[in-house]
Write a protein that binds this ligand. Structure first.
Ligand code: ZN
Ligand code: ZN
Ligand code: ZN
Length: 191
């Protein structure tokens, strides 16, 4: 059983090639005001610095400078000790993968907006995630990089399936795990 704190740091299979030519990080593109709607600047094809939370297993964006709510009922904020720095591609970057992913300005997580429902948000509850202010993102499947990333049909978030637990889903206030059913095997690159 791998240590869940360490697994997402593994570099096995990481494709440096995939990062070449991708440009700058975009990590400074968002404002620092709490829960403000960020302005997406169409400057780079990838955004570096997304983190994995070792409690809820979700992928989230730390670039706005404040602690972010975690769905884990025992922990108010995400804990990304042990996480690598993940790269998420802009959907205008003409590579493979699935478009329709967005950043949520409420909970800072990456979520899939292509199914016509907003899922369930740690901050906004049943009102779901928002795509306001987000650029479009693209996530690869069955690609090089770290596999095991999974879409949850309950919250519409992206979470890491190979950790020590199946995490905590925002649905039902985190008292249940994320769902695996219906998801492809998504892959993320590490910076
Ligand atoms: Zn968390
Ligand atoms: Zn949200
Ligand atoms: Zn979920």
């Amino acid at each position: 059983m791998p240590n869940g704190l360490n697994v997402p740091n593994e570099q096995t299979g990481l494709s440096r090639r995939a990062l070449l030519g991708a440009g700058a990080s975009g990590a400074v593109l968002f404002t620092t005001a709490a829960l403000s709607v960020a302005t997406a600047t169409p400057a780079s094809a990838s955004q570096v610095g997304w983190l994995w939370c070792n409690q809820c297993q979700s992928l989230w964006w730390p670039g706005n400078g404040f602690q972010v709510r975690c769905a884990d009922p025992a922990n108010r904020f995400h804990n990304s000790t042990g996480s690598g720095r993940y790269v998420v591609f802009d959907d205008r970057d003409n590579r493979g993968g699935q478009t329709g992913w967005r950043w949520c300005a409420y909970c800072q997580s990456l979520w899939f907006a292509g199914n016509g429902d907003r899922g369930y948000c740690t901050v906004n509850g049943a009102g779901g995630h928002t795509s306001a202010g987000s650029r479009g993102y693209r996530v690869e499947q069955n690609a090089s990089g770290q596999s095991g990333w999974t879409w949850c049909h309950q919250c519409n978030g992206l979470w890491y399936r190979l950790g020590a637990t199946d995490g905590a889903c925002p649905l039902r206030d985190g008292h249940f795990s994320h769902a695996r059913v219906g998801s492809g095997d998504y892959s993320l690159n590490l910076a």
